[in-house]
Design a binder for this molecule. Sequence first.
Ligand code: HEC
Ligand code: HEC
Ligand code: HEC
Ligand code: HEC
Ligand code: HEC
Length: 177
Amino acid sequence: MNRSILGRIKVSSSRIFIFFGGAILLIIVLAVILGFDWGGVRQPIAFNHKIHAENDLECLDCHPYYKEHASSGKPTLETCLSCHEEPLGESKEEGKLIEYIKSGEEIDWERLYRVPEDVYFSHRMHVIIGKIECNICHGDIGESSRPPSKPLKITMNKCMKCHEEKEADNDCIACHK
Ligand code: HEC
Ligand code: HEC
Ligand code: HEC
Ligand code: HEC
Ligand code: HEC
């Protein structure tokens, strides 16, 4: 009798194992199908930089501030509106843009790059005065066909390494408030 109880416990525990194993597998499969980015950034529209670069748009057309200011800036709906008031193609992503344009609601682009609040960073200083190209710090985002789910890491080491090479100020207080 003891044996048969043991046997039953064994059977039921392996059933439980199969049940949970199956449930976990199902969740993973669903996540993959639904295109879940594990911990990555999801933009409201899968914006395609490459298509716009091929149509001769420059970074400055959509990131309009880096010549004069510390920040580069993000495009507003009005920038998109000048070309997309009527659909140019048939893509689903453009369809989402048309919906935003119809409702007049700004697109809430998620910010990818950010330094801590106590750190000074200026695009004008680097891009205009230092003549450093965008891709040195941002990689190939300007030519990529999807937003990156994980931006490149901007670390203090990277900042300081370049400052050393270019003989820019590397005192703590040059970068930290
Ligand atoms: C037609 C408009 C447009 C043009 C032209 C454009 N961008 Fe963008 N850019 C966007 C939009 C919209 C986003 C937000 C969606 C995303 O992350 O892809 C963005 C995001 C970015 C970001 C991430 C910003 C952050 O931290 O959140 C970088 C870096 C960037 N663009 C660099 C570039 C560079 C470099 C160029 C030129 C080679 C360029 N972009 C040209 C529209 C544009
Ligand atoms: C100077 C004109 C111009 C501006 C400004 C512009 N676009 Fe476009 N966009 C285009 C062209 C051209 C295409 C390619 C259309 C095609 O061939 O289907 C395109 C395609 C797209 C697509 C479809 C891409 C795909 O994956 O199929 C999306 C989404 C899009 N643009 C979003 C935006 C957003 C968001 C903005 C504003 C930040 C913007 N565009 C600003 C000209 C522009
Ligand atoms: C020397 C490195 C470096 C270069 C070169 C650089 N960036 Fe950046 N970028 C950064 C850092 C660091 C941040 C985060 C800044 C912050 O949090 O204030 C950033 C943030 C951004 C952002 C989002 C925040 C904002 O400022 O609006 C955009 C858009 C952007 N960069 C676009 C560009 C474009 C376009 C170029 C080329 C014209 C460029 N960057 C060149 C380092 C760089
Ligand atoms: C690829 C090279 C490069 C990278 C990466 C870089 N810098 Fe710089 N930075 C420069 C150069 C070159 C200058 C000096 C420009 C000039 O005065 O000609 C400079 C100047 C500065 C200045 C002004 C210093 C002063 O007082 O003169 C600050 C602040 C600064 N950088 C912060 C940063 C931060 C923060 C990062 C990282 C997020 C960073 N930089 C990454 C090249 C770089
Ligand atoms: C060229 C710019 C630059 C210089 C010079 C620099 N830092 Fe930083 N530091 C950064 C950036 C950017 C970050 C945020 C990114 C990171 O954590 O790697 C940072 C982060 C830090 C942090 C983590 C806390 C925080 O602010 O998020 C400390 C602590 C720090 N720095 C101390 C120092 C000290 C001490 C020195 C002088 C020996 C120094 N830093 C010089 C750019 C710089």
